[in-house]
Ligand binder design. Structure first.
Ligand SMILES: NC(=O)c1ccc[n+]([C@@H]2O[C@H](COP(=O)([O-])OP(=O)(O)OC[C@H]3O[C@@H](n4cnc5c(N)ncnc54)[C@H](O)[C@@H]3O)[C@@H](O)[C@H]2O)c1
Length: 407
């Protein structure tokens, strides 16, 4: 028997996942929830949805969908809402998937408290939480984790993770995103809430949305941050997007639990990117290095290296992706209306979307921890929170808390 899922939040991002959650072969029933009813209505008229979505399974509020007997909720609401809504879902006995990050609020202490409560609630209830971190399932990350599992990097020495997303980025303009996310009922409520933080003099920063840059190094090295020092760049041109001269860019250096150093950048005011992509990571070991689709390996197991074995290989995404189960790939291909005989090509943020959907559904169906469970996700989040604290204290070196591994 399959599982039942409710999708909460059918805005710009939720709609990119709806067809895949609905069509997954292990999902028997799907329900929808959004405070804007017109965002749910189109699905009732889709022929492909008829077997799994009943007209009575549309809910205009979170409270109402919490009262159902659905197994799990997929929460893709605005970033300041995730943690509280996920807590409510868990307390209502449901497994939960959250869009990134765990939560983004101006007050870092509040974020840490939410991490603490979510970890405690997952531990107590045995229910599963998954963070929908797209970087985790980019082909580069999938490939690097496979190589790391074989010990092919040697000892990890250094890693860099970065999310360079300029406020006026032509592909995804952050002013437009902000306008769109604050245009709905829940968005307007936030504009009022945000003023309360301003009155308290609490200043957030780009490191409060850190998971795209931190998840690559953490998940590949299977290490967590121990110490951080971070520097901020404050906006200088009076751009209203950055409030009254707030920090727009942050650069942090972490000492990791495995002895490696990790440099993380979260920039929102930057012309272009430094590597081939604005959202990427590079990892260096004593035996191998990975950067921008290149695997460079000296094969040194005992020194000196045999240079005849030295390799530098450029990989394609297809070579780096792990295969999805064929029946899942076929269902997604059909649901997304992809024509032709060829294989299903994963798409959406580097091809991560179908992997995220499959991982959550499979984890719930088999009652196992998802890959990006709350213990893992907290490691991505806390790096950003503590980095921002350090930046606000002129780079003071701070301890980074850790909640340990999933039990
Ligand atoms: N690469 C990535 O991982 C990536 C990319 C884009 C967006 N995101 C994340 O996706 C999330 C959603 O972004 P978006 O652009 O789709 O936002 P959006 O504002 O377009 O959509 C959010 C939806 O949630 C609904 N909602 C809010 N509170 C609700 C409640 N209590 N009950 C029911 N519905 C509720 C809103 O009505 C809205 O339709 C954000 O948190 C963002 O961080 C992640």
């Amino acid at each position: 028997m399959g599982i039942s899922i409710g999708m909460v939040g059918l805005g710009s991002f939720g709609t990119a996942f709806a067809d895949m959650f609905m069509s997954h072969p292990m999902v028997d029933r799907i329900a929808l929830c959004d405070r804007e009813p017109d965002r749910m209505a189109p699905y009732l008229h889709k022929e492909s949805w008829r077997a799994k979505l009943k007209p009575t399974d549309l809910y205009p509020s979170l409270d109402e969908i919490l009262r159902t007997d659905l197994d799990a909720l997929v929460i893709i609401t605005q970033p300041w809402l995730h943690a509280e809504q996920c807590m409510k879902a868990l307390e209502a006995g449901k497994h939960v998937y959250s869009a990134v990050p765990i939560v983004s609020l101006p007050d870092g202490q509040e974020i840490l408290d939410w991490c603490d409560r979510l970890v405690e609630t997952c531990r107590r209830t045995g229910l599963h939480y998954m963070l929908g971190e797209t970087t985790y399932y980019r082909p580069t990350a999938q490939f690097c984790r496979r190589m790391a599992a074989q010990g092919a990097f040697g000892d990890f020495v250094y890693a860099e993770g970065e999310y360079f997303h300029d406020v006026d980025c032509p592909g995804c303009n952050l002013r437009e995103v902000q306008r769109s996310r604050t245009s709905s009922t829940s968005g307007k409520e936030w504009l009022e809430e945000e003023k309360r933080y301003e009155r308290r003099g609490v200043e957030g920063g780009p490191m409060h949305y850190p998971t795209h840059s931190t998840s690559g190094p953490v998940s590949v090295m299977r290490a967590h941050a121990v110490k951080v020092t971070c520097y901020g760049y404050r906006n200088r041109n009076g751009d209203g997007y950055f409030g009254n001269g707030q920090i727009s860019n942050e650069t942090a250096l972490f000492e990791m639990s495995n002895g490696a150093a990790v440099r993380i950048c979260e920039f929102r005011e930057c012309a272009g990117e430094l590597g081939m992509d604005g959202e990427t990571f590079r990892i260096m070991g004593t035996r191998a290095t990975f950067r921008e689709n290149q695997w460079i390996c000296n094969h040194r197991d005992t020194p000196p290296a045999d240079m005849s074995k030295f390799e530098r290989v450029t990989l394609t995404d297809e070579e780096m992706f792990e295969p999805l189960p064929p029946e899942v790939a076929a269902a997604f291909k059909d649901a997304l209306g992809i024509q032709g005989e060829g294989d299903f090509i994963p798409s959406g943020h580097g091809g991560s979307h179908p992997y995220l959907v499959h991982e959550f559904v499979d984890a719930v169906a088999h009652d196992r921890h998802p890959t990006t469970n709350i213990w893992e996700a907290a490691r991505y989040m806390v790096m950003g929170v503590m980095a921002h604290q350090s930046a606000l204290k002129d780079g003071e070196r701070l301890d980074v808390p850790d909640w340990g591994d999933a039990p």
